[in-house]
Design a protein. Structure first.
Length: 300
């Protein structure tokens, strides 16, 4: 594995682990008060993080407002925000709200199947054998965890399942839409992430302008800060930069570290009960993540 591949893999592993931790913050936040909604949290997260990143890019002299001179680039970033970031964040928080961080992140993990299907149908890139095998192993691990080992019973409500699937689609669009722009280096990743978040957040505000009554207690703002910094600012930058070094399928399969960190956190913090089959499923996911990076040397 090349040094760049190692760097990209390490970046996306860290990002996905942080995303898993942010799910724990979200679940704790929802437990504070029933008036706190996924829509409000997503709006706050996106608008706040977007403004911060755009201002940071301005301070760094990257000229973030120049994207409006290139309508094609502006449209790609807008599409990335609305069709990538909204489903991957809002749908994820809905799954957390109706279920838990572990189940929400596990469902989100099936995003690679959408990426593989897209690449095969529209880019004429048939999946490698290792990608197919790894995807099957990963899906088996996810299935075991999601069912708690009871193959005739899905351990989640229909709402959790639907929102989880939408968030999985978001993983694919979130990965694929900005990929070419990032690789070409036409626009700095900080600007892409910042405007993407801001476009997405403002779109949600326009769609749902009414705001709930939020309890003014320290724990609420502490959890929101954790979601903003640990679950948004740091991981999105790491994830976007990792696309310079790894392909979309590897990027998405590394998302296995998100359900793993969320599951471990749920066990330690929210006392989620894990059975031997849950542990088996987790091991299968880890094996799949490691296997996707194996490169068999070609015979000369």
């Amino acid at each position: 594995m090349s040094n760049k591949k190692v760097l990209g893999t390490a970046m996306i592993i860290t990002a996905c682990t942080f995303w898993g931790i942010s799910g724990l913050f979200a679940k704790a936040l929802f437990n504070v008060s029933s008036s706190i909604t996924s829509m409000w949290l997503t709006q706050v997260r996106m608008v706040s993080a977007g403004i911060i990143l755009v201002l940071l890019s301005l301070i760094r002299g990257e000229h973030p407002f120049q994207i409006f001179r290139d309508l094609h680039s502006a449209w790609i970033i807008f599409a990335y925000g609305v069709f990538g970031l909204v489903p991957v964040q809002y749908a994820y928080f809905m799954a957390v709200q109706y279920g838990n961080a572990s189940i929400a992140t596990i469902l989100q993990f099936i995003g690679p199947f959408f990426i593989i299907a897209y690449q095969a149908m529209f880019r004429h890139l048939p999946p490698r054998r290792i990608e197919i095998i790894s995807a099957i192993i990963a899906f088996l691990g996810v299935f075991i965890i999601a069912t708690h080992g009871q193959f005739n019973h899905l351990a989640m409500t229909l709402s959790v399942l639907i929102w989880g699937l939408i968030s999985a689609i978001g993983v694919a669009t979130n990965t694929l839409i900005p990929q070419n722009m990032l690789r070409e280096g036409r626009v700095p990743s900080l600007i892409i992430t910042g405007w993407g978040l801001l476009f997405a957040g403002l779109t949600l505000v326009l769609i749902h302008p009414s705001q709930p009554h939020i309890p003014n207690v320290p724990s609420v703002w502490l959890y929101v800060l954790g979601i903003l910094v640990i679950g948004t600012l740091i991981p999105f930058q790491l994830a976007n930069n990792s696309l310079k070094y790894i392909d979309a399928t590897t990027f998405s399969l590394m998302d296995a570290f998100e359900p793993l960190s969320a599951t471990i956190g749920s066990v330690l913090i929210f006392h989620l009960q894990m059975t031997s089959t849950d542990i088996l499923g987790s091991v299968l996911v880890i094996v799949a993540v490691l296997a996707i990076n194996i490169r068999i040397p070609q015979k000369s």
